[in-house]
Design a protein around this ligand. Sequence first.
Ligand SMILES: [Zn+2]
Length: 81
Amino acid sequence: MCDNCKALKRDSRFLNGRRYRIHRVNLYRVYKEQIITIRLCHVCAIELFKRGEMSFLSRNRPLLRSIDRFKQPEKDLGIEW
Ligand SMILES: [Zn+2]
């Protein structure tokens, strides 16, 4: 399941149709000196590629919140709100 679609509560299988596929993607700029690996569907992976990491995360705040909840305390966030 796509982590971004899950955070946005949308059906990634319906969104992707026949192109449904899960990509493992590394995020480098969420935390300082730590790489976060998330799973994205084809549509979300394309959006990440087109926008870039910071823009993608700022437009998908629920994903950022779900990463934050499981990984690190808030003080280590390398992103400006
Ligand atoms: Zn997705």
